[in-house]
Design a protein around this ligand. Structure first.
Ligand SMILES: [Zn+2]
Length: 87
């Protein structure tokens, strides 16, 4: 019985490739990544650099916190104030 499952073995190979090229071409400066190959059928791949980036927004009136993508404009209805980017 094999000790490794095919899915784990395949993704370890992809991670190894990423680590190799990150070290060889980018001096290990690229961040950790999540590999995903299933955006939609027929796609050769996709790149979403800010997919996992979230910014904390805080209401200056009541300290309500909301997390969302960078560049959002959010207003607190109770205080009638714009939430401030806290990052
Ligand atoms: Zn508020």
């Amino acid at each position: 019985m094999p000790t490794k499952k095919p899915t784990s073995e395949q993704f370890e190979a992809y991670q190894g490739l990423y680590d190799y090229f990150n070290g060889t071409l980018f001096n290990n400066e690229l961040p950790a990544i999540i590999l995903n190959f299933s955006r939609h059928s027929g796609a050769c791949g996709f790149f979403a650099p800010n997919r996992w980036t979230k910014v904390k927004y805080t209401c200056p009136g009541c300290s309500l916190n909301v997390w969302g993508k960078p560049g959002l404009r959010i207003k607190c209805v109770d205080c009638d104030k714009d939430l401030e980017d806290g990052e």
